[in-house]
Design a protein. Sequence first.
Lengths: 407, 288
Amino acid sequence: MSGELPAIVVQDAAKRFKRYRDQRTNLKEVLTQRGRRNRYDEFWALDGVSLEIPRGSTYGLIGHNGSGKSTLLKLIAGIHRPTRGTVTTHGRVSALLELGAGFHPELSGRDNIYLNGAILGLSRRQIETALDQIVQFSGLADSIDTPVKVYSSGMYVRLGFSIAVTLDPEILVVDEIIAVGDEDFQRRCFDHIHELRRRGVTIVLVTHSMSLARTLCDHAAWLDHGQLKVEGPPLEVVDAYLATVNEAESQRLRQDSEVSYDASRRGSGEVRVSQVEFLGPDGHAGPTGISGQPLTVRMRYEVQTPIDGVVFGLGFHHESGAHLAGPNTQASGMGAIRLDRDGCLDYRLDPLPFTPGVYLVTAAVVDRTLLHVYDYRDRAFELHVQPAYGPEVPGMVLLDGQWHLVK
Amino acid sequence: MRKAATVSAAASRLGTHVVVQRAQALWCSRGLVGNFARRELKSRYKGSLLGWVWSLVNPLATLGVYVLIFGFFLKFAPPVAGNGLLRNFALYLFTALIVWNFFFSVVTGSMEALRNAGPLLRKIHFPPWTPIAGSALAMLAQTGIELGLAIAIYLALDNVGWVLPLVLVLLVLLVSFAFGLGLVLALLNARLRDIAYLTQVALNLLFYATPIVYPIDLVRQRYDAHPWARLYELNPVTQFVEAFRDVLYSLRAPSLPRFALLTVVSLGTLAVGAAYFARGSRDVGEEL
């Protein structure tokens, strides 16, 4: 029976916050402004959201900042009460909205384990049994008895997470904590979340990483200005969300290009590169690529005057400044190109041979002598290469070499 | 009819269920209260050379000043103690000061504890009364030390009576009274920051409206001339101070009316405070 019951039922939930105009009330204001009721604005952080989160599923909440995602999480976690509607949870809820919340700077790491554990709902005995494991997991055995005020922010978060790992929730509510910490820490977060998923824990997470929403979640919901926009399979929800974001962004870029003079741009302008897009294996455009996975660089061009003998080129620079590659259509043997009207040109990389990091991409349109420049956009586009699963490789490029053991 | 009966039966079952749940929830929070108290105690003297010694130096220094001014310069005379020999203003004052220190620190500490817990309450779901109780518990530890010292001195001076265990009963009542008041003030202060400052002023006045640095007889002498001055005795802190002096200094049980008054006022304050806090604290995280 209980297996069929959804873990969380949100019915027409709404939350109103008061936004105080000026700091806080004090007695003078109360006495002199009695009757004047508008000392604060009211705004609905969440406005009539209904959804069901199935037991054992991983549920992603996406949306722009201030869309009500975190408010919904806090309603589920019981930190806030809905102003209207109901939020019903079936199962023990643990919320990880901030790691190391409630740490006292003067106390040692060990003391803070007890304190934070108690705040998170662990009994003293539970903490005592898990203490060694927590210390080991955090990797802070050497500094566990020093006050946490001398910890680095990374150590702080690691200790907080290690305590959270010992929680045994039926429903876990996570707010973007995966975004903090180093790579190693993030991996551990993922491992832990995967482990919980295997155990059948219902996970609700807020994320701004669309790839995370796609890969980790079984369901997703997109919130916009406190309202539920789309709910369903993550691919559809993410697509719907990205479509709006991209639309808004290109609109902004269009506006920007009208007002700002692009200093890094030169050329006579018969043909102009209007945009460079990066398409992942799934065909979605975004500023990101995944290391070692296929990537298509799409150059959109606008033709002012029809022209013949055009050569397109790309330049890839690592953020550290190194110029890594500069392919062009002529060198690749594509021959002269004749352009009559707007269109686009794809440069396909399989695989994308760069290691994770930020790369700056130059797009150029020149004539066949490579001397006359129609349009040159120097390092005008950013490509964020994200890590794929698997071991991390040092350096900037991935080599497609083969290893052979010769005896 | 039948339907109504089922409904009300269900309601009453629900009622007991809720009570049991509440009690369980309170019991489950004991670890959290303990941890908040430990946090306060451990961090209090962190980084100081003398550490816990300060917890005694502080009240004793205050005591020294009061004794100098009120005992030596102003020559307030204490009554003769229970063993018929002892007549010591410092001890007479110290006994009252212990009560006052506890009351003062719980009331002011409650407001601070809830305010400091604000950021945490917006991140993690936990009962908002627990930091207040933790702070009160930490104060109780301090009071335990002071009380232990006082009793040790009384023992050394052979001024201890069979009524001594009543101290525990009085202490329970004092905790209820101060904690109940602390709950109310902490919540009010969450909404209106002026409450903390108002309380400071009120406590300053209350300190002198309570027979701590002077014997209560100084006030009682005026009752004949000014009958309204009897209002003075309605102050629960006065009653507490006098009750503790009854037991520790004069070695007699507090009078029945005094005991009754303290019981009613203390448990009433606790009940009202708890009810008010339970009702008003649900969204307190948003207001802090």
